[in-house]
Design a protein around this ligand. Structure first.
Ligand SMILES: [Fe+2]
Length: 223
């Protein structure tokens, strides 16, 4: 289920995210038109991420796939599933301004490094808002490090965090936990799930947890 193959071509990545869901190819092009999102631009951004930092690129694909699955499980409209998935694909595009030395640093980040990392949601939103269609993706990019208890990067309160961002907050945190990183070993899915569950209602929207659990268990059976 999780994407570890480095050989994907840039074109067609958007379609790749939707493979395995019940979206037909002609439906994806209808959703592209309805949303107004320029898929070529999305693929260019993904390529920028891939060229800059392969780990962030693979994480972006995983978060997009998980977000699409969770949005489907929540029975959101096909258009919402599409928009949330593209927002999830690009949620970390702001990291392209952070050096790989910082992204891969094994030890603690110093204050300067940490303040640079904390800027990536705003940087990502600024990048995407150069396009008219970027506005609908803004919540996923800008708010993906927020928490329901208001203790996230920008201390945004729960009522200002829309469902689309809540989905990416959850899928992003989960993939960050289960994926091997330079500063952390690959972790067991069930121990990660216990951690997610323990943060229900504080970091994560508790109403999303049962549906996300179904997605994780479904993927576990397939792997
Ligand atoms: Fe991020």
């Amino acid at each position: 289920m999780f994407i570890t193959d480095y050989s994907h071509q840039s074109l067609g990545l958007v379609e790749e995210v939707f493979s395995g869901l019940s979206f037909k190819k002609n439906m994806i092009s209808t959703l592209q038109q309805k949303s107004g999102i320029d898929t070529l631009a999305v693929n260019r951004f993904l390529n920028d991420i891939k060229m800059h930092h392969i780990g962030t690129y693979l994480h972006s694909l995983n978060v997009a796939r998980l977000s699409a699955q969770l949005a489907c499980q929540l029975k959101l409209s096909a258009l919402d599933v599409y928009i949330i998935s593209i927002g999830a694909l690009l949620h970390d595009v702001g990291k392209t301004i952070i050096s790989c030395n910082i992204l891969d640093k094994k030890g603690r980040l110093n204050n300067d490094e940490w303040s640079l990392v904390k800027k990536h949601p705003q940087q990502g939103a600024d990048i995407i808002l150069r396009y008219d269609w970027g506005e609908q993706l803004k919540p996923m990019l800008l708010l993906h490090h927020e928490r329901l208890d208001g203790k996230g990067y920008f201390c945004v309160s729960a009522e200002k965090i829309p469902l689309a961002a809540r989905i990416v907050i959850l899928t992003d945190a989960y993939d960050a936990m289960v994926s091997p990183r330079p500063y952390q070993r690959k972790r067991d899915i069930l121990s990660c799930w216990e951690e997610i569950d323990s943060c229900s209602g504080t970091q994560f929207d508790s109403e999303l947890i049962p549906s996300f659990y179904s997605v994780i268990m479904h993927n576990r059976k397939l792997s």
